[in-house]
Design a protein around this ligand. Sequence first.
Ligand SMILES: Nc1ncnc2c1ncn2[C@@H]1O[C@H](COP(=O)(O)OP(=O)(O)OP(=O)(O)O)[C@@H](O)[C@H]1O
Length: 295
Amino acid sequence: MLRNDSQINMNLSGVFVSGSHEDGSVVHRLEDIGLEVGPGEWLNLVGVNGSGKSTLARLLAGIHLVGVGGVIERGFAGDDVSPIVLQQPQAQLFGETPREEIQFALEWRGVEPESMQSRIQHILSATGLSAFADKAWDQLSGGQQQLAAIAASAACEAPLMVLDEVTSMLDEANRQVVLQIVKDLHKNGTTIIWVTQRLDELDPDARTAALAGGRLVFNGTARSFLFGDGDLISPCEQCGLRLPYMAAMAIELRRLGRLRDPLPVSPAEWERALASLGPAVVQSAEKHGEFIERG
Ligand SMILES: Nc1ncnc2c1ncn2[C@@H]1O[C@H](COP(=O)(O)OP(=O)(O)OP(=O)(O)O)[C@@H](O)[C@H]1O
């Protein structure tokens, strides 16, 4: 394991990233970001398109960006660039096959040759890529290439891993595979930065930071991001994001006096909440059933 034992938080203060458009006008990709990330945390990054999620994700991974200013202390994550998986895997593949990709990642992290083969086999099998391990990229689908990029990053077992909308091109089965791998890494102490547009996949208690126009506009739990603290318009809606169907239903049921705070978010919480409601509500929820079935 290459984990850094340091317990020092990662800390960003007054961070900005500015650039310029082709016509020379200045664009602020990030402005005045103050954010702390502790070792072992899971931090969701959310926001509409162009709000600055990918820029912040790259900064947190330790990638140097042109036009950056402010204070960035990487604490437990150390000085090395952390494994980062992007939405478009093609942009980051170095090897010619999934096996090579994973091997390159392990070599980059300085893993001893003796443990390399077992780690490669383990992650190939966990991602369901064993049968495709030695195929060239042009024989693999976009989703399989994405899985290979995730496998290579996960195999590193680094103190921090950044995933930028990595499930957007995966089918439901592979999305679940990836979520499980990342959850297992998190359980073993890896800090996770999870950029997502899928608000229905947020764990209710996971810290969630929301960006709007390059600024950090919310930093709290996913539950309070979705429902607010008695606000008329929830932080989620204030950011211009649409509430997931189930969250909107929970708010409506609260308005009707059928549910009380804390409102349910996870499938397990919904099962408990639905048990206390009448069959009409349950049928309506089941019509939008994927969420319930995942429980
Ligand atoms: N290389 C770049 N140079 C200059 N401006 C950039 C560059 N990359 C992104 N931007 C601008 O910075 C802002 C934030 O972009 P970023 O990709 O971080 O947003 P995002 O929230 O990840 O968007 P999306 O959800 O569409 O991926 C946008 O206004 C974008 O146009």
